[in-house]
Design a protein around this ligand. Sequence first.
Ligand code: FAD
Length: 342
Amino acid sequence: MKSETLDLLIIGAGPAGLSAADVAAREALDYLVIEKGTIANTIRQYPVGRTLFSTPNELEMQEGTLRPVREKPTREELLSHYIHFVLDRNLRISSGEEVIDIQHSEPEIFLVQTKGTDTLGQQITETYRTRRILFAIGAMDHPRRLNIPGEDLLKVHHRFVEPYPYIRKEALVVGGGNSAAEAALFLSEEGARTTMAIWREDWENRDPKAGAMKHWVRTPLEREIAEGRLRVILYKQIDEITAREVTLTTETGEKRTILNDVVFVLVGSDADLTLLKELGVKTTAGKYAEVPVYDPETFETNVAGIYVAGHFTNARHIKAAIDVPRKIVPLIAQSLVAPVGR
Ligand SMILES: Cc1cc2nc3c(=O)[nH]c(=O)nc-3n(C[C@H](O)[C@H](O)[C@H](O)COP(=O)(O)OP(=O)(O)OC[C@H]3O[C@@H](n4cnc5c(N)ncnc54)[C@H](O)[C@@H]3O)c2cc1C
């Protein structure tokens, strides 16, 4: 157990956690970020070479510091921006360490238990004492599944990294959002024989506010279709995945079996709310998924001293993930002067 007591422990080093760390440093808080993966782990998991949807002012940690070669940055440019932000400001981040348990044994103190591995692969555990906790855990922990036979085959992926291993392979992409559309486009453009299985309502959705495919994805996607490289199937359900085939039911109820070498199931992902629930944080049905209940001004949950920020709180873009901690970390600093549990 670490002997000192932190003012603020931040869980997650995505845009929300990094923004929180920066403000915590400026507020002279004794803080630490615990990150189970790497700095900006979610962005690191974007497809290789991907261009962001957002402009630099919506992504940068400090105005004017993200200068991409083109109008919008690539995954690599954004990652480098976040990493240099951490290095330049010497932010306190422990990566490769996962928060696995939190105990609230004393009124003003949380005990946070973590696990990681050393260079020999041996598991190490640590316990931190902290007065406040900010959950900035994102919503990537549980990729959504189809829950059908064959989904655990090695050829089935719930994340898309790059198209290059699949050239001249029969690829199926399942999903109706931008991630699925982008993956289908990348695969098709790089010579995978690609089929996209999408629900009609997603295919026909043109409303950007309702998550419609971005037009700069749709336009080249439609070109791939028109030129006969990409096939779209409007489907009702995927029935089964086998070593060489996929069986699905089309929207008109017809059963189809298609040849297949690789499947990408890109139907969204959910946060892991287990730690929050174990602490007694209430949750509710949000617009897209279950979300914690929190005060919209302070982002404090019903458990005094526990705060939430970023993607899993409904703020589903990087800009909101960066902006919210700028507002709430000063409030957390103030609350450390006045006692919790008002
Ligand atoms: C393919 C894809 C493309 C996207 N494109 C865009 C885009 O163009 N523009 C845009 O604005 N948004 C985009 N988004 C959304 C954007 O990535 C998120 O809104 C953003 O990452 C949210 O930041 P965050 O800090 O809330 O969460 P995240 O970036 O997800 O960070 C959360 C961090 O918490 C860590 N963590 C979770 N649990 C624990 C634990 N128990 N212990 C320790 N660490 C933990 C995770 O490893 C992760 O690093 C995209 C998302 C995806 C998947």
